[in-house]
Each structure stands twice: as C-alpha cells, then as structure tokens.
Design a protein around this ligand. Structure first.
Ligand code: MRU
Length: 341
C-alpha cells in the first residue's frame, strides 16, 4: 500500500517523508551519495527502511564501478559512506553486512554479473522485509482486544519498513481481523513522526485514531484511557533492552507505573546479539535545528542551546513482550530471544 522505496533499474525512488502529510513527493537517487544523504536527512527513515535503502545505495554505487580491478576498494568505500549515515539503526549495518557476504562469496563472477547479483540481494532484502512485517502483524494481532485504546510512539509503520510496518503492522493486522479499537499516536517531538506519518498511515488505513502530544500519554494512562502500548525498535540487545525513538523510555515507565502492557515489535534484523545490554547501543545526536524549529520556524531564541538525542534505551524490565516474525518473546529475554534466534 505505501510506496516507501522502489528500485527502478538505474535508480532508487523514495517518498520524501519530510514533506508528508502535506505533499506526496518522490525523490530519485541516482548514486550512492544521494541515498546516503536521503538517509541522513530523513527523506527515508525507520530502521528497516534504512536497511533497505542502504542495500539499494550499495548496489547502485557498485553499478558505477568501471572495472574489476577497482571492485573491492569501491565496494568498501561505498559501504563505509553508508555506514556513517545513522548510527543507531541496527538494520543499516545488518543490510550492509548481508550485501558484503554476497559480494565476498561471488568475487569470481564477471563484473556485470556481480553487479546484478547485488541488485537482486537488495531486492530480496526489500521483499523479505515486507513479508516479515506481515508475519509480525499476524503474531501480534491478538494482543489487541475489542474496546482497547492502543498507544504508539514515533512511526513504526509501512513508511518505516519496506511495507506494512512493525508496531503499526500489528495495529493493521488487528484492524483487518475486525477488532474494534482505537489508537493514540504520540506526536513524537522533535521530528513529529507520529503526528505526520503515523497519523497519515492510520488515516489511509481507516483505523480510528487521535494524535496526542507526547506529554499527554501519562495522564491518559492514569485516567484509564489507554489499555496498552506498542512501539517499534532501532536496536535490541541480547537482554531485551530496546533502543527506539526518544520518548519511548518515558512511555514505558509510565505504562509500568499504570500497570499497562508495553509491547515492542521488531524483525530479527533489528537485534544486536553482540551486545549484552543496551549500554553499548550508540545513540545518535541530531542537528539542533530540529529542536529549535517546527516546520522551519524558529520557536526558541536563535542561539538557544539544545540537546537532541534521537533515541533512548528502554530497559528490558519495562517491556512486557517483544513481537518478532518468529514469535513472541517474553522475559527473561536472554533465553526467549536466544531461542527465537
Ligand atoms: O529517527 P527515525 O524516524 O528513523 O526513528 C524511527 C523509530 O524510532 C522507529 O520506531 C524504529 O526505527 C522502528 S521502525 C519499524
């Protein structure tokens, strides 16, 4: 349904997520550098979608390699450039590692065949991600019951993945089953992924929803107006600690205080089994302008000092369950995630 990203033979086309919901504009990337910039500037964002974009960026960059002699050096240079775009999303590194494995195991192929093989791998990553999201949706749909009010944070929908979404995938699957519920979408300052993107998706899907500012969620929980929360993830450590959009931690603590289930939905490509806990997850700091401005308009004194960590880490003890394409993991996560892996 949602055209997040598309391969067109010699270029990648993606919907410009900075312009939604006001304008549905598509951006064409004809080289790896423009894909890298699209990721950095959030034309495309959301961990799985970043992974797909990076794979296409690498395939695109490699299409420009002039001769076999330069192949290995060019592949490494393009991959390094893409790795430096956004540090928190595990899927970015996972996708580049997968492309590298294909590159290394097909070294003997003529250049043109190796180039096509890498394009096919990126297409597989995209197709698989859409399929995985539908599985996550099916696995999690029954967690939402008739009469529930579901809080979600940021955008973990079709726009953040190849298609369908993770947290929004669960919402969508429950809706498609006929469950009667509504959604509260946190606006998600500073980039407003909830107000702009999740609301846009829910509107298109016909799911009843209301946008709230981030600071309203706690009060609505306290008043009994929220039944559960479901969010996505950018990186998950072995013990179940979850890095996700800034504000996720606050929502999870408030959910626990109010006795509400707090679910995380993510594909296995978001897990970083090399990390024992969330302490080692790199947290991206984004430009100050994102906090100083709303829609390009200054809302603070021009020189105001700001902080802009784009993600936080929610300790596993606040998380009721993690829904993956292989099933639902519950605490203790070291064991349950290990089994799913
Ligand atoms: O900064 P963003 O918009 O890339 O952050 C996105 C999120 O935090 C999502 O919740 C996460 O990537 C999961 S998307 C399925």
């Amino acid at each position: 349904m949602l055209p997040t990203i598309e391969w067109r033979g010699d270029r990648v086309v993606m919907i410009d997520q900075r312009r939604l919901p006001g304008e549905e504009i598509y951006v064409e990337c004809r080289d790896a550098e423009s894909v890298a910039r699209a990721i950095e500037t959030m034309i495309i964002r959301g961990a799985p979608a970043i992974g797909v974009a990076a794979a296409y960026g690498l395939a695109l960059g490699f299409l420009m390699v002039p001769d076999r002699g330069r192949a290995a050096a060019e592949f490494a240079a393009v991959s390094d450039r893409l790795r430096r775009t956004r540090p928190t999303a595990r899927n970015l590194f996972w996708a580049l590692e997968r492309m590298k494995a294909v590159f290394e195991s097909h070294q003997g192929l003529p250049l043109a065949e190796l180039q096509s093989r890498l394009v096919r791998e990126a297409q597989d990553i995209e197709r698989e991600d859409a399929d995985i999201c539908e599985r996550i949706g099916r696995n999690g749909a029954a967690l939402i019951k008739d009469g529930d009010s579901v809080l979600t944070h940021c955008n973990a929908g079709g726009l953040a993945t190849a298609a369908y979404g993770t947290a929004v995938g669960i919402i969508r699957a429950a809706f498609e089953r006929g469950t009667k519920f509504r959604v509260f979408a946190d606006e998600t300052r500073p980039f407003l992924q909830g107000a702009r993107l999740t609301a846009w998706e829910l509107e298109k899907l016909g799911v009843p929803y209301a946008v709230i500012t981030d600071n309203m969620a706690g009060w609505l929980m306290h008043k009994g107006e929220i039944s559960l929360a479901v969010v996505g993830a950018d990186r998950i450590a072995r013990n179940g600690d979850v890095a996700n959009k800034i504000g996720t931690y606050s929502a999870a603590v408030l959910a626990k205080e109010n006795g509400l289930p707090f679910y995380v939905a993510a594909p296995l490509s978001t897990f970083d089994f090399s990390l024992a806990d969330g302490g080692g997850i790199p947290i991206e700091e984004r430009p100050a302008a994102e906090v100083r401005e709303i829609a390009g308009r200054l809302i603070t004194p021009a020189g105001a000092k700001v902080r802009n960590p784009a993600f936080d880490v929610t300790p596993a003890r606040y998380i009721t369950a993690i829904i993956t394409e292989k099933g639902i993991a519950r605490p203790p996560y070291e064991a349950s995630l290990g089994a799913l892996r």
